[in-house]
Structures are given as C-alpha cells and as structure tokens.
Design a protein around this ligand. Structure first.
Ligand SMILES: [Zn+2]
Length: 178
C-alpha cells in the first residue's frame, strides 16, 4: 500500500487495536493525505530540535477510525474527525527531548487546524498532555478550535458521584474550550 505521507505509512494511518476491517474509502484517504502533509511539517520541525541519533521520537497512536472501530473506542465521538481520516493522535516518545507539549504548542502556533485537543495528562498550559489530537479537515482548516480534555467525576442530577456495579468511581470526559 502506498504511504499516507512521507512520515506516515499506510499501516500507521489505518492501525487499530481491533481485528476488524478499517479500510478508508477514497475520500477518507484523501483527507488523510491532506492532514499528512501538515504532519510532515510538524515532524520536520520536531526533528530539528532533536539531538542527533534518535530515529523515532513520535508515535501515531490513531489516525483513521472507521465506523466499526469508532464504535468500539471508549469515549469516541460519533462526529469524531478520525471517522473521516481527518485527525491524528500523536504521542511523543519519552526521553527523546520531544514532548507532547512541544507538539501541541507547535501546531497551535504554526499549522492550520480544525481542532486541536490537549488530551488529559497534566494541566494546560505548563504541564504536558497525555497525547495530542490534531484534527484538520480540508475546507475547515481555519476553525482553530482548541480544547483541553480532562477526566471529571460522573455525577447524577443530585450531584452525587456515581459508582459502577463493582463500586468503582465513574469518570467522564470534560472538554474545556480555550
Ligand atoms: Zn484523537
């Protein structure tokens, strides 16, 4: 299979944890390639900050997520840009000198984006996100919505914290828009 971009293989772009078909159609593949061009710009910028000799400094944890995979992904939105191949989750590799905060800050300052999410981790803006969600859909590249995702306690309408059937405290994701 041809690569998505210079720095994203087809397998990386369509990889999922589930043993089910996750093949993008032509339009989804085109979205992936459009995003891939900007991922390559990010990749090049981060590479310049590296000390010599580190071959791998960013992981792609998820890019295209077809309907079936999306349905199996906890917390995944039905309108996720991943469904269109227009989002990529990036995780810097520890010890390389590149951090998720650096990736987030670079995209925010220098690249077009539809949405950019600081995914969990420690507090914005001085901490480090657990990973970075970079969403870019052609035609919507100037929307530039920035969100901070955090886990919050799940409560009922009376404000009581909910527990699951095993007695574990339940959490939900809150998105704060900057
Ligand atoms: Zn994502």
């Amino acid at each position: 299979m041809e690569n998505i971009s210079q720095n994203i293989t087809y397998l990386q772009g369509t990889n999922s944890r589930h043993p089910i078909d996750n093949t993008p159609n032509e339009a989804q593949l085109a979205n992936m390639k459009f995003l891939g061009e900007y991922f390559d710009v990010l990749y090049g910028a981060m590479k310049e900050k590296l000390k010599d000799g580190v071959p791998k400094f960013m992981s792609i944890t998820c890019m295209f997520r077809g309907k079936k995979v999306n349905a199996l992904t906890p917390g995944a939105s039905l309108t996720s840009l991943h469904l269109q191949g227009a989002a990529i989750d990036i995780d810097a590799i520890d010890g390389t000198g590149i951090t998720n905060k650096m990736i987030f800050d670079y995209i925010k300052a220098h690249l077009p984006f539809t949405e950019l999410i600081w995914e969990f981790g420690s507090a914005y803006p001085n901490g480090n996100p657990g990973w970075v969600h970079y969403g870019l859909l052609k035609g919507r590249e100037n929307e530039k919505v920035v969100k901070i995702a955090s886990k919050v306690l799940k409560k009922n309408s009376k404000g009581n914290v909910l527990k699951d059937k095993n007695g574990n405290t339940m959490y939900t994701t809150a998105y704060t828009r900057l």
